[in-house]
Design a protein around this ligand. Structure first.
Ligand SMILES: Nc1ncnc2c1ncn2[C@@H]1O[C@H](COP(=O)(O)OP(=O)(O)OP(=O)(O)O)[C@@H](O)[C@H]1O
Ligand SMILES: [Mg+2]
Length: 581
């Protein structure tokens, strides 16, 4: 319960609904816990007790009418209570999901890369749902059931003071706390299993989504049967832990019922010994039954709280993740930057103790076209990714126009950078909307001009029988070819017209024809900008004003093409390998 306390703030936004639910819950408790035994005690005797002479039928009907009235009140208030609780519940779910989702928009990329996206998905959908269920049940039974218990206990206590046979009532009451024992035992068991089950559910979802994203590989490598048996094994494990929860949770009600049966039997014996009247006995047993019901429900609620706690643990892995790459408290206001870039003693590691960049220092003046070359895994992409602060170096600093990147608001920094990478991902929207991501306030003429500059306009207008810019590109842009996607990405960069341009294998998916055309376009795009360009083709690299040669996380040489051919053996061998091929 205390684990959930920080999340009670979600209740604040739904306080009207909760207030209504509580009001009807109290009404329900009174009608049910107090009302039903009172009916048994006061309504039945005048009807069955003929000693006082026959009653007029009218009066009998009036007395009998008290029964449906009491149940109507109980039913109506129970219904309203559930309605408002559910309403509050779905609102809370929405709030939790949004918080989880918006957290995912801001956590460092490295956090996401270390986790299976299917598992994150499962946390966001299944665990939030579990938490909603728990909170709703808490708000629902957490009000109604204790109220009913209080009502029934109140009736019992009142009987103890007013009727003979106090002992009966006391015995009856004594059995009530005993029923709490199985509740505690089962609760502990359920907590452990629930944590296990939710994480297995995450595993199943992760496998599912990985399988879908590797649909082509499954077919190409003939993995259908392997994938099926992997998935079946994960599902089987999930079922085993689901059944373990069922085993414990479902044992609770019978256990409580058995204990209450013993309580009632003992009450019966005492009733005989103390010579209790039938209607008093019946009312006491009725009240007793109405005590056990809430205990049963509160027991299930307890289990549900444990499951909610397990779900919460999984959500908090994300919710409590510190946002290490964030806006500074006191950002330096900047507009358009010049693009004077400097790395000072940068050491960076994805995993502790395995630096991928080591003490890198370099200055790239504004307007430089700077090519990064080096063997695969040398750290070129990592180097480029530090500029938009996709990652953050543990030591050293990167400056832009003399300002530490960490002094700028992220949005300001990133507005000054256009990134085009090897695997362009488009949103499942129209081409036009995807282009507009480059600059939200661009006019239609500007969007089309950018598409022309990137040699994308011609293929776009021919798409989907003339739908052109209104063509929807499919998930991740899968309805377009690799080269088409890259040209869309380049068009976005034209549109953005940022002073810093990062091209990471940006032309790798283009055939030589479009590459030749695009080289011309790129030249135009690069004018006056600071460009970091990573390419394997030396046709692109040769013209750079500055070339950095990376090896094993260090810059081992820099200069122009001519200088490096003369001075760097590594550069020469990379160049020769390429031109020979
Ligand atoms: N997200 C990541 N988590 C952990 N290690 C990573 C991650 N990304 C890259 N690495 C490692 O960092 C090193 C440098 O990777 P990087 O992508 O910067 O190389 P690169 O020079 O761009 O190579 P390529 O030419 O193949 O693109 C590699 O050893 C790689 O295994
Ligand atoms: Mg790379």
């Amino acid at each position: 319960m205390s684990r959930l306390r920080p999340y009670f703030r979600y209740f604040r936004t739904v306080r009207l609904e909760i207030a209504a639910a509580i009001f009807y819950g109290i009404l329900f408790g009174a009608a049910s816990g107090l009302g039903v035994p009172a009916l048994i005690k006061y309504v039945f005797p005048p009807i069955f007790d003929r000693d006082g002479g026959a009653l007029p039928l009218n009066l009998v009907i009036q007395i009998a009418a008290a029964i449906p009235l009491a149940f109507l009140l109980r039913a109506f208030s129970g219904y309203r209570n559930s309605y408002f609780t559910q309403l509050a519940g779905v609102r809370i779910l929405e709030a939790i999901r949004l918080e989880y989702f918006s957290k995912l928009q801001r956590v460092p990329l490295s956090f996401l890369q270390n986790r299976a996206s299917g598992d994150l998905l499962s946390r966001g959908l299944a665990d939030t749902s579990q938490l909603q269920f728990t909170l709703t049940l808490l708000a629902n039974d957490g009000i109604k059931q204790p109220m009913q218990l209080l009502g029934a206990l109140g009736f019992l206590v009142a009987q103890a003071f007013t009727e003979q046979g106090v002992g009966v009532v006391l015995v009856a009451l004594a059995a009530v706390p005993l029923t709490v024992l199985p509740v505690r035992y089962v609760g502990r068991k359920v907590l452990k299993r629930a944590a296990q089950m939710q994480s297995q559910l995450g595993g199943v979802t992760a496998q599912f989504s990985e399988n879908l994203s590797a649909a082509r590989e499954v077919r190409a490598f003939g993995l259908e049967a392997r994938e099926e048996s992997r998935f079946a094994a994960a599902c089987r494990e999930l079922i085993v832990s689901q059944m373990k929860i069922v085993k414990y949770a479902q044992a609770l009600t019978p256990a409580i019922e058995f204990i209450s049966a013993i309580g009632i039997a003992a009450t019966l014996v005492f009733a005989y010994v103390y010579d209790v009247q039938l209607q008093v006995f019946a009312a006491v047993v009725g009240a007793l039954y109405l005590c056990y019901e809430p205990i049963k429900k509160l027991g299930s609620l307890n289990n549900e709280l444990k499951r909610g706690t397990a779900a919460l643990d999984r959500l908090e892995v994300v919710l409590h993740e510190p946002i290490t790459i964030a806006d500074p408290a006191d950002p330096v206001p900047v507009g358009r930057l010049r693009g004077d870039l400097a790395f000072e003693n940068i050491t960076f590691a994805y995993q502790a103790d395995a630096p991928v960049l080591r003490e890198v220092s370099v200055r790239i003046p504004a307007g430089t076209v700077c090519a990064l070359v080096g063997p695969s895994g040398a750290g070129k992409s990592t180097f480029a990714n530090l500029v938009p602060r996709f990652y953050e170096a543990a030591a050293g600093r990167v400056t832009l126009d003399g300002l530490d990147l960490r002094a700028l608001r992220l949005a300001d920094l990133r507005r000054n950078i256009a990134v085009v990478s090897q695997d362009t991902i488009l949103f499942n929207d129209t081409i036009y909307a995807n282009l507009l991501l480059g600059r939200a306030d661009a006019t239609q003429a500007e969007v089309e001009q950018a598409a022309r500059d990137a040699f994308a306009h011609d293929f776009i207008v021919g798409l989907d029988g003339g739908l052109g810019y209104a063509t929807v590109v499919g998930e991740r842009g899968n309805r377009l070819s690799g080269g088409q996607k890259q040209r869309i990405a380049l068009a976005r960069a034209f549109l953005r017209n940022a002073p810093i341009l990062i091209l990471d294998e940006a032309t790798s998916a283009l055939d030589s024809d479009s590459e030749a055309a695009i080289q011309a376009a790129l030249k135009k795009l690069m004018v006056g900008k600071t460009v970091l360009i990573i390419a394997h083709r030396f046709s692109t690299i040769r013209d750079a004003t500055k070339i950095l040669v990376f090896d094993g996380g260090r810059i081992v040489a820099d200069g122009t093409h001519a200088e490096l051919i003369a001075a760097s053996a590594l550069y020469r061998s990379l160049y020769e390998r390429q031109t020979a091929a």
